[in-house]
Design a protein around this ligand. Structure first.
Ligand SMILES: [Zn+2]
Length: 91
């Protein structure tokens, strides 16, 4: 049985550990990495004791979705498009 349920929003990103952390009553930190989350893992464990928490999160926030994660490619500016069309009309 998990010690607690914690929303991912309430956890803290730890740059050093490269993991989301949450204070454990033993004084250490529950930890779960982004990779774990991507794999659907929802248990954050404390490395110093046997406790663990269930992390509540939306798996879609951590799933690789090329369509969404890529930055939108630069669109040709509408002004340039209009200019091109006008140039063609002139001919
Ligand atoms: Zn602990």
């Amino acid at each position: 049985m998990s010690y607690d349920e914690v929303e991912i929003e309430d956890m803290e990103w730890n740059e050093e550990l490269q993991a989301f952390t949450y204070p454990c009553p033993c004084g250490d930190l529950f930890q779960i990495t982004k990779e774990d989350l991507r794999l659907g893992e929802e248990i954050a464990r404390c490395p110093s004791c046997s406790l663990f928490i269930t992390v509540v999160y939306n798996p879609e926030d951590f799933t690789d979705r090329p369509d969404k994660s890529k930055k939108t490619p630069a669109q040709p500016s509408p002004v340039a498009e209009i200019g091109k069309v006008e140039a063609l009309d002139v001919q």
